[in-house]
Ligand binder design. Structure first.
Ligand code: ZN
Length: 174
């Protein structure tokens, strides 16, 4: 039987200085075809397709490297998510409800929601997107329709069988 794998950003570090502090820049891609390792993530792709929230995201699914800016050495780097270790995987999935609150400036455009470096769906103004996570430590970020990251990263520890609510209005609302 094929082993199911789950994406994670736990352990993400700058390849140059090893700093774990980063800012998400958005969807990478110029270097995408150089990612020989992408093949190794085929199974991650499979599961990601399953947790993608909407039919459109499933259809559009491709695993893209994400670009980050290192807050240590200020260099940019791109990487795919990693495969979650066994102790990171929940025995029962957690439901995530992402609420996009009304924001006039960006009203007309849909925003792209990423869980652990993988796009799970797009969300319109004043709408919610529901998806699932299978890993304990989670990182959510949002990009505009061109793949450019909006400010901030939301990290949470998922409760087994639980629900996590997230509110976003051009940035994460705590
Ligand atoms: Zn660095």
């Amino acid at each position: 039987m094929e082993k199911t794998t789950y994406p994670t950003l736990e352990g993400l570090k700058c390849p140059k200085c090893q700093s774990a502090e980063y800012k998400v820049l958005g969807k990478g891609g110029a270097a995408a075809k150089e990612w020989g390792t992408a093949l190794a993530f085929g199974a991650v792709g499979g599961i990601a397709r399953n947790f993608a929230a909407d039919a459109k995201a499933k259809e559009d699914f491709e695993l893209h490297p994400i670009a980050y800016k290192c807050m240590g050495c200020k260099k940019n780097y791109e990487t795919l998510p990693f495969e979650a270790m066994e102790d990171e995987i929940l025995s029962k999935e957690c439901t995530v409800v992402f609420h996009r609150l009304s924001a006039f400036a960006s009203m007309a455009v849909s925003q792209q929601v990423y869980l652990n470096g993988v796009k799970v769906g797009s969300v319109k103004n004043k709408k919610a997107l529901v998806f699932k996570t299978y890993t304990r430590n989670n990182t959510v970020f949002v990009t505009d329709q061109h793949g450019k990251a909006l400010p901030g990263v939301f990290k949470f520890v998922a409760a087994e069988g639980g629900t996590q609510e997230i509110r976003f209005k051009n940035k994460f609302i705590r």
